[in-house]
Design a binder for this molecule. Structure first.
Ligand code: ZN
Length: 264
């Protein structure tokens, strides 16, 4: 049986947690979330079989009636295993009950990026459904100039370098549906800056296969995982484990282009 994308990410998280004790706690939470997401994906692919629906729209009543009741067990999971703040927000949401979840889920599905802990919880819960619809979507012609996901209009949480010919091609990975699309190497995904002197790249010895790609024009950064240097990496998971690079970048005045779904 083929190994699912969730299983690959879970195994990579376990491996990284062993290598980087400072990341063990957040990766442990991630593993709980990913197991839940895999299970939810399996259940939803049975009950929601519409062939191909776009992501950028309101959730239908049918979708909400399948999703909303399953949100409770996700909130319980985040309450039990999440970082303190997320755990507290999860408990509050669970106590507030299903009547408040529909609006939250629909709002998170439509918004262009999470703004608070509640929306993040909703997005992490909805992620497997977004990934499911993305897999069913027919690909649009590539629009490499845009730094938002061509499927769901969200910003990328991480970049990837894949070996190609003598060099490497860069692509960006959506923070929500995990769609990956090609993107020119020397251009800032935050503002489109193309002057390479304004686009410094940093690496650190702990994560020598992850480039911190900064922009001095808009003062944002994105981390890019170089798969030529580390073929075992799972970009979304290695992005999570390399939190020290985020501290480093923020200390130097750069803001992350897009937080990941665990709010980091
Ligand atoms: Zn997307």
């Amino acid at each position: 049986m083929a190994v699912s994308s969730w299983q690959r990410r879970i195994e990579r998280a376990q491996e990284l947690a062993g290598q980087h004790p400072f990341a063990a706690e957040i990766l442990g939470f991630y593993i709980h979330v990913a197991r839940f997401q895999e299970d939810l994906h399996r259940r939803l692919s049975v009950v929601l079989q519409s062939p191909a629906a776009p992501l950028a729209r309101e959730l239908s009543g049918v979708e909400l009636s399948e999703l909303s009741p399953r949100f409770e067990s996700f909130l319980s999971l985040a309450e039990a295993h999440g970082p303190q703040q997320l755990s507290k927000v999860s408990r509050e949401l669970r106590v507030r009950g299903p009547s408040s979840w529909t609006e939250l889920l629909n709002g998170a599905w439509n918004a262009n990026g999470a703004s608070d802990a509640q929306s993040l919880l909703a997005l992490a819960f909805l992620q497997p459904y977004a990934e499911m619809l993305r897999a069913r979507a027919s690909l649009r012609p590539s629009q490499h100039t845009y730094a938002v996901c061509p499927i769901c209009n969200r910003r990328p949480a991480v970049g990837v370098l894949r070996p190609m010919g003598d060099g490497a091609a860069r692509s960006l990975v959506c923070s929500f549906c995990l769609n990956e699309w090609e993107f020119r190497r020397i251009v800032c995904p935050g503002c489109g800056e193309e002057n390479d002197r304004k686009l410094p790249v940093f690496t650190a010895s702990d994560f020598d296969y992850i480039r911190v790609e900064c922009c001095d024009a808009c003062k944002t950064y994105i981390k890019t995982v170089d798969l030529a240097r580390n073929g075992r990496a799972e970009p979304a998971v290695d992005e999570l484990a390399s939190a020290p690079l985020d501290l480093w970048a923020r200390d130097r005045g750069y803001a992350k282009l897009q937080d990941n779904l665990l709010g980091m």
